[in-house]
Design a protein around this ligand. Structure first.
Ligand SMILES: [Ca+2]
Ligand SMILES: [Ca+2]
Length: 404
């Protein structure tokens, strides 16, 4: 379990800082471990759809920044790319990001919303080693065709469910994906893993610390293979959340499910639609469950496991108790929490919250990446291991959660 504990001798002020911020560890964890995206390549800034798409398709290793709104920029993404928004300004609309064969790709800190009609927002159909982190991704849910009714069945021509397609769909040979710290909301169809009961492979996907809300189903729908769903906060999922199908084995742990499930009985499996179950396919999937919280839910809420599945990576450093998840995820998911300079931000501006219980710091200050921050008025929380913080121009004495 991740705990914010001082290691060794350090300054009293540090303890206070971390009590104020409780900065989570945003390190890459899960099946996408090792992904570096465009790191080491040129940094470019795309200001329109044509620049954005040509950068995404380039064979060059690139960090592609977006500092404004770009519309109708559907494109494939080639290997070795980081696509990152600046502050809270990075925005894509009317756009599908397709990863058909690209590998080593990071999509981070961008608001992506309202795809074109009947299209996915992110469509991974064969890409591998992909990290989608700190984004806000949404379409819309409700009476989208304006006929006065909310149609909750798919495949109605011009109906509401298929007005848009999925938010993040991962099909075919796509694999080794981590989806972390995103806000994913307002869609009938959230995340589809495997497009049909014959689209079976071990796609290996980790979902952690996401805030899923105002969705209908597929959070995710997961066919075959192995996956890991931990520390997500589910809120207002009308129909069903985790759907383990076609012999999938999912580890589902430390999540909070609140107001999830319709309670109707699935005609294929006889299981009530709810937070965790197996639906729509004749062959069920399995789950190992632990430490999940169910609040005001309806339908299947298993507390005993039907399989044992342990992911092949170490994630103890980023795992929280379920009791902490709602507060942490609502505070730290989405854009503007982690910017391209590596400084954690709050609501799009560098974190500079006045200390609630300031210590008598005298004239003490910290410098973070060369920028002086007076600890009497505030402090910027460091983002990750390797960010150097100096006290009074000198080096602090010990490592604390990546802070020196
Ligand atoms: Ca309608
Ligand atoms: Ca789709």
């Amino acid at each position: 379990m991740k705990r914010i504990i001082s290691t060794g001798t350090f300054f009293t002020i540090t303890t206070v800082i971390f009590q104020v911020f409780g900065a989570p560890d945003f390190s890459l964890a899960g099946f996408a471990e090792g992904v570096t995206g465009g790191s080491g390549g040129r940094t470019v800034r795309a200001v329109n759809a044509s620049e954005f798409t040509s950068n995404c398709k380039s064979s060059e290793k690139l960090i592609i920044e977006i500092a404004g709104k770009i519309s109708n920029a559907s494109t494939s993404i080639a290997s070795n790319k980081t696509i990152i928004g600046i502050g809270t300004a990075g925005e894509l609309t009317g756009t599908t990001l397709s990863i058909t064969s690209g590998t080593n790709i990071i999509i981070r800190n961008i608001t992506i919303h309202h795809a074109a009609r009947e299209k996915d927002i992110i469509s991974v159909s064969g890409g591998k080693r992909i990290w989608i982190d700190h984004c806000e991704i949404y379409n819309a849910i409700g009476d989208l065709n304006g006929d006065g009714n909310v149609d909750t069945k798919g495949d109605i021509e011009g109906g509401d469910v298929d007005w848009y397609d999925g938010l993040i769909d991962m099909t075919g040979s796509s694999a080794e994906i981590t989806i972390s710290w995103n806000r994913i909301h307002d869609s009938f169809k959230a995340m589809l893993v495997g497009s049909s009961d014959s689209d079976l492979s071990d796609r290996k996907i980790t979902f952690h610390h996401n805030w899923f809300y105002n969705l209908w189903e597929r959070v995710p729908s997961y066919r075959s293979g192995t996956g890991h769903v931990f520390n997500n906060y589910y809120n207002d999922i009308d129909h069903s959340a985790v759907n383990s199908r076609m012999n999938a084995k999912l580890r589902v742990e430390g999540n909070v499910f609140e107001k999830v499930g319709s309670g109707e009985i699935d005609s294929k499996t006889g299981i009530e639609w709810g937070p965790i179950g197996a639906y729509y396919s004749g062959t069920k999937g399995l789950w190992e469950v632990s430490d999940n919280i169910f609040t005001d839910c309806t339908g299947n809420q298993p507390t005993t496991s039907t399989c044992s599945y342990t992911p092949p990576y170490d994630y103890a450093d980023v795992l929280h108790d379920a009791a902490e998840v709602k507060e942490i995820v609502t505070e730290w998911s989405g854009v503007g929490k982690y910017n391209s300079t590596g400084i954690i931000t709050r609501n799009g501006i560098p974190a500079s919250l006045a200390l609630k219980n300031p210590v008598s710091a005298g004239n003490a200050f910290y410098t973070i990446r060369g920028e002086k921050v007076d600890i009497r008025s505030g402090i910027r929380a460091p983002a990750r291991t390797g960010v150097l913080i100096r006290r009074n121009g000198g080096t602090c004495g010990s490592i604390l959660n990546g802070v020196q």
